[in-house]
Design a protein around this ligand. Sequence first.
Ligand code: GLN
Length: 557
Amino acid sequence: MSAKYIFVTGGVVSSLGKGLAAASIGCLLESRGLKVNLMKFDPYLNVDPGTMSPFQHGEVFVTDDGAETDLDLGHYERFTHAKLSRDNNWTTGRIYEQIIAKERRGDYLGKTVQVIPHVTNEIKAAMKKVAQDVDIAIVEIGGTVGDIESLPFIEAIRQMRQELGREHTLFVHVTLVPFIAAAQELKTKPTQHSVKELLSVGIQPDILLCRTDRFLAKDIKSKIALFCNVEEEAVITAKDVASIYEVPLVFSREGVDTLVFKYLRLEARDRDLKDWEEIVRRVYNPKAEITIGIVGKYVEYEDSYKSLKEALVHGALAHNLKLNANWVEAEGLETGDQSYEAQLEDYDGLLVPGGFGKRGIAGMLNAIRYAREKKVPYFGICLGMQAACIEFARNVCGLAEANSSEFDPATPHRVIYKLRELRGVEELGGTMRLGAWTCKIEPGTLAHRIYGKLEISERHRHRYEFNREYEEMLTAAGMRISGSTPDGTYVEIVELSDHPHFIACQFHPEFKSKPLEPHPLFRTFVGASYEHGIERRARREAAEVEMFHRPERVGRR
Ligand code: GLN
């Protein structure tokens, strides 16, 4: 059977959660035994988001094959079993790059190269590629309907309907139904306009996912159905929820999967969402809370560490805990004296995530020193591992000028330096060490206990590495290299033996964590932080009791 397609577009405003909607539909269809794949088209001209600031675009999600992709692919992987690669994310820039390369080679045999059919054909070919070997391909079109940039993609999906027919294609439009406080009313006009906009480019949506903060009553649904020419049952209340992992359940209650089966003429199968129900049950019934401090520099922008935050949530859910992830602005810890410590006292665990550039490094080093000395669980990721090595070299091994050549090219102690294979490479796009690499773990280490195996594969995105010339000095002082590439070239994991939980890795484990399969590094970090929190509070209480009973205090009373 050839695959059927679900096209997801968005209207009215951006940030309505199209990616989550696509991922949740994927999850629901999997729960009914279908095999799905998901892809996203981004209408901007960058070839990939790898060169964009996290403030502009949010996190760059890395796939096994080393593609730097849109963060929505993270949602796709967390919600489904789809195996994603560079084929699953295309930008206008990459489509054009491909076409221009063909044109230069003379592949178009003298023809004029045009948006229709050449660009649209390229887009359709990309869709068909991910649809091989699956029942349903879910295709998300980035941006908002009406944008000039997204027109070729919209035209391509219009052509797909024309080619494949109604039973093989489905248009899902994510829109907004705002509640206007002054009028105490839900407003359907933005949705009507957005559907008109779609109609003007030849697309009649089949299902409307209406983002709203309250349930849509029957009369509102019928009004939208009438004006937008969809069936009333296809007007879906996509209500705001406390946890993104509830979205598949909300969609299933609203019958989204049943509609997909009906419109695409699929044979109904039983739905099994037990695991997701359990996740949501835990979200609403935590046994306790933990507070993790994430020390970084892109902290003010919610999307810049999307996968990291989700991976911490997965770790917390594994212990039935509620996670409070507090972002600590690294530069705020650069106080010159010990006063920054007060900012770190209330955390059960500290984490330094990936990052680029020099800003905030001194603050991160302070946070790591604090975690190391006060025995607070520490988890370093990528930059967080490099910084842990620098901190150790400076404060334990006495190399006050230890640094990464990324932050100080002239440092006499390049504990972290540019990847051997990248020396002389100055171009920024796609030139890091990217994607999945095998790592061998040393037996008997914390890493071994955490993973329970000696060989792992994790995803990377970095340009600098640990300099093995400093290995002897650092390990003699108590740092342990517990993971390396099989040929021994790259250091992948370091840890401290005389610490309850201090581990840092060069790769990004957050990209492989899922709610139903929490990553062991996050699960154990959260577990250790929870234990530490209990001890920390017990110590504080004991100290308070002691203070209370001190004779001088009694005397003062
Ligand atoms: N800036 C560091 C490097 O390029 C760390 C990268 C990261 O944390 N992703 O190696």
